[in-house]
Design a protein around this ligand. Structure first.
Ligand SMILES: [Mg+2]
Length: 452
């Protein structure tokens, strides 16, 4: 019989002759064997050795087999190791007790080597299959890092821990710049290679206890426990730079080898003191990510710089100091506060580093490019033209964020998510929430600016 690897078996039995027999039979079958005389010694050796299976005698002085079994199963380090009980008697109650405590199987002494070995093989195979299934359920098949579900679960645990311990925690979201172009120009295999190299880079740059995951097609995220804002910015910047410097070897659809460069946009958010879920934190990191995308890509943006300021007074004062309003709106002479309905003017202006005139130009362009998006979306939804819905929602989401139209941004984002989650049945109701937002924002711009 050939084993897949060198499995190590722990034999716990107070009878020396049984130990010797087992050592002989198991070694002959290719196993590594560690023998212990007592339950206590057995538990101790579990802490120092990697064990694949335990053969545990039922009757021993000191800690009994059942007591030892209970302790094995109670400890994280050993709970998953399969245990086969060995006993001279066939007391049914004891068999039941052992199985209920988590033993995988039961063999009577004197044992038949062939039968024992077969049962050991089965127990080991079962354990490996279970581990494999667990791994597959939690892993992104392409990149080998946490999939979305696993990332969410691990991050939520880390967030609860951070809240209890009063430690800072940062969540960052990553999006590969112009990833679609890689797929379009070089084929999907090349795209897959980029995604793998990207994940390897994340695993390399971030620390072992940081949680990294693939949360969407070309979207990745990291949860950084016990990390403050400054360190997180440095770590993300280091990763951004790492990717920028890296030459990624790909094989194109035509079987050409090629080296390409890719860059990444990153949005991050420091978790506030009150406990939020990873869902909510990712939403905020995502807004920062969109800001990074809209402002030239290949950069790290902290959600702090796009968060809504509390003092709306600042906006009032800054508008009072300019005569732009009067110039643009002769009919509204005398008003001191521009009201762009649905747009957080302050956020929008701070997005262009305080340049109000520039922001107004942007609003006009935004109006010209997107004021018909409501109609376009409606007809795309009616015609079930998913590609157009996707394109419109995705684009509108990005610009809505950068002009500070946050309600519109949230409404568009919900539609964008429904597209990505393949839920066309939700489109109508999401559109009915989006439509008033887009009308409101466009009307507000029309009232304030010359959009003709
Ligand atoms: Mg015994």
């Amino acid at each position: 019989m050939i084993l897949d690897k060198e499995y190590r078996i722990l034999v716990v039995d107070d009878a020396k002759d049984t130990q010797m027999l087992l050592e002989f039979d198991l070694s002959a079958a290719g196993y590594q064997v560690t023998c212990c005389d007592s339950g206590g010694d057995g538990l101790a050796s579990l802490e120092t050795q990697e064990i694949d299976l335990i053969l545990l005698d039922m009757y021993m002085p000191g800690l009994s087999g059942l007591e030892t079994l209970a302790q094995i199963k109670a400890q994280t380090i050993s709970a998953q190791i399969p245990v086969i009980m060995l006993s001279a008697s066939t007391d049914e109650d004891e068999v039941v007790a052992a199985l209920e405590l988590g033993a995988g199987d039961y063999v009577t002494k004197p044992y038949v080597a062939k039968v024992l070995l077969a049962r050991m093989r089965t127990a080991i195979r079962l354990k490996e299959k279970t581990a494999q299934l667990e791994y597959l359920a939690k892993t992104d098949f392409l990149t080998g890092i946490n999939n979305r579900g696993s990332f969410f679960e691990l991050s939520n645990n880390a967030i609860s821990l951070a809240n209890r311990a009063g430690q800072p925690l940062v969540v960052a979201m990553f999006d590969i710049d112009f990833f679609k172009l890689v797929n379009d120009n070089y084929g999907h295999d090349a795209g897959d290679q980029v995604l793998r190299v990207f994940s390897q880079g994340m695993a390399e740059v971030f620390r072992g206890y940081d949680i990294i995951g693939r949360v969407g097609g070309e979207e990745f995220a990291v949860c950084l426990p016990n990390t403050n804002r400054e360190s997180a910015n440095i770590a993300c910047e280091r990763f951004r730079y790492y990717m920028e410097q890296l030459s990624v070897g790909i094989i194109t659809d035509n079987n050409d080898e090629k080296n390409i460069n890719i860059t990444v946009s990153i949005g991050l958010v420091l978790a506030p003191n009150d406990s939020l879920t990873i869902d909510e934190l990712l939403k905020q990191a995502d807004s920062a990510l969109y800001y990074a995308k809209e402002h030239g890509r290949n950069q790290v943006v902290d959600a702090r710089i796009i968060s809504t300021p509390d003092e709306s007074d600042k906006m009032l004062v800054s508008l009072m100091n300019t005569d732009d309003i009067e110039k643009n709106n002769p009919l509204q002479e005398g008003i001191i506060m521009a009201n762009y309905d649905g747009i957080d003017f302050d956020v929008g202006v701070s997005n262009v580093l305080g340049d109000e005139a520039l922001f107004k130009e942007i609003l006009v362009m935004f109006y010209q490019d997107h004021h018909l998006d409501g109609d376009k979306l409606e007809s795309a939804i009616q015609q079930q033209d998913i590609d157009s819905v996707k394109h419109l929602a995705h684009t509108l989401k990005g610009v809505a964020c950068s002009v500070g139209a946050m309600d519109l941004f949230e409404a568009t984002k919900a539609l964008d998510i429904a597209v990505n989650d393949d839920k066309p049945e939700d489109f109508d109701s999401l559109f009915s929430q989006l439509s008033p937002q887009i009308n409101r924002v466009m009307k507000g711009i029309e009232l304030q600016l010359d959009v003709s």
